[in-house]
Ligand binder design. Structure first.
Ligand code: PLP
Length: 379
């Protein structure tokens, strides 16, 4: 079965008792047992819940994994991976990453003695050199955030595995519609389900997908022990979101490409970062690694100061000024003051997050309406 068919049918079997074509939302926190000490499929909803299981089943299937776990937020999912590590371990992380992941690694995981270094994951040779004898995890995003860099996932899998480390890929931007990291050698796929999976700016959620049963069991142990699980209602909304994921991502990607091409010719725009543009340094790799589209995220540099940029992001009418991404409504933001404010200023400068940078999450609105909105805002 093709992706969009599986997204609708796998994990969404009609209820055997009533025939309901949408599985019910199970709110129960606990499940009655037949016998003491002999568990049925479910015992307690932190450990497992039927509604959550449905969503986990679908997303694991779509990513090609051996099992998935759903969390309260994307950061809870990432925290679960970091909680598998121990004092003295090292995480090698791409430098174009989510601001919250930077904060978790540099300001929380470090307290437990876990060491992190950032390196440019688009340069496989330099990235491999940043491996240390104690590297246990390599963590990347492609496309990266907010510079939209493209990282060779298969090359990173080799770098990690040669060092005896695991490769984790934050696949929030690409979604399994465009990129399936496990097929490219990744061990763990992470999602902020708050973004494209939910797709409507109305839930928070996170996902981990493991490539083997053993790794799933290890992660599940930590997930169950730490308890940051996804609620039944959010699980239901994520299952529902997955059914239209392919349609949304494909359509939003088409509009994003049109906007990127248009911005690229705008006299006030100094540079557009969108992997679908042939001038993007990662374009060829993206064409290989992303299937049938380049995603709906982009950033561009305005030919102007911090304050000019601030004015532009504050003057759009359709694009809402907000962090987050991946929903049906388009969003605009200034990474330096918003999504990446948690980076130290020196790290922002070092990793190319400029004051004039604007990030767009392109939604499902009409291209011409979005273009006209940017036209009036940029001036
Ligand atoms: C939003 C986001 C996260 C964090 O997810 P939350 O659901 O906000 O906790 C992680 N990675 C990326 C790429 C994101 O966009």
């Amino acid at each position: 079965m093709k992706f969009r068919t599986r997204a609708i049918h796998v994990g969404n079997e009609p209820c055997p008792q009533t025939g309901a074509v949408v599985p019910p939302i199970y709110l129960a926190s606990t499940f009655m047992q037949h016998e003491a000490g002999k568990w049925r499929d479910f015992d307690y909803s932190r450990s497992g819940n039927p509604t959550r299981s449905c969503f986990e089943h679908t997303i694991s299937e779509l990513e090609g994994g051996a099992g998935a776990m759903a969390f309260a937020t994307g950061m809870a999912a990432t925290t679960c991976v970091m909680a598998m590590l121990k004092s003295g371990d090292h995480v090698l992380c791409g430098s174009d990453i989510y601001g919250g992941t930077y904060r978790l690694l540099h300001k929380v995981s470090n307290r437990a003695g876990i060491e992190t270094s950032l390196a440019d994951s688009t340069d496989s040779v330099a990235f491999a050199k940043a491996i240390q004898p104690n590297t246990k995890l390599v963590w990347i995003e492609s496309p990266g955030n907010p510079r939209m860099t493209i990282t060779d996932i298969a090359a990173c899998a080799k770098i990690a595995h040669d060092a005896g480390a695991l490769l984790g890929v934050d696949n929030t931007f690409a979604t399994p519609v465009l990129t399936r990291p496990i097929e490219l050698g990744a061990d763990i796929v992470m999602h902020s389900a708050t973004k494209y999976i939910g797709g409507h700016s109305d839930i928070m959620g996170g996902v981990l997908v493991a490539n083997t049963k053993e790794l799933y069991d290890e992660l599940y142990f930590v997930a169950n022990a730490t308890g940051a699980i996804m609620s039944p209602l959010e699980s239901y909304l994520c299952s529902r979101g997955l059914k239209t994921l392919e349609l949304r991502v494909r359509e939003q990607s088409k509009t994003a490409l049109l906007l990127a091409e248009w911005l690229d010719t705008h006299p006030r725009v100094a540079c557009v970062r969108y992997p679908g543009l042939p001038t993007h340094p990662g374009h060829d790799l993206a064409a290989k690694q992303m299937e049938g589209g380049f995603g709906a995220m982009m950033s561009f540099d305005l030919d102007g100061s911090f304050d000019d940029t601030k004015r532009v992001v504050e003057s759009t009418k359709l694009f809402h000024l907000a962090v987050s991404l991946g929903a049906v409504e388009s969003l605009i933001e200034q990474p330096a003051s918003m999504s990446h404010a948690s980076y130290d200023a020196a790290d922002r400068a070092k990793h190319g997050i400029t004051d004039g940078m604007i990030r767009l999450s392109v939604g499902l609105e009409d291209f011409e309406d979005l273009r006209d909105d940017l036209t009036q805002a940029i001036g």
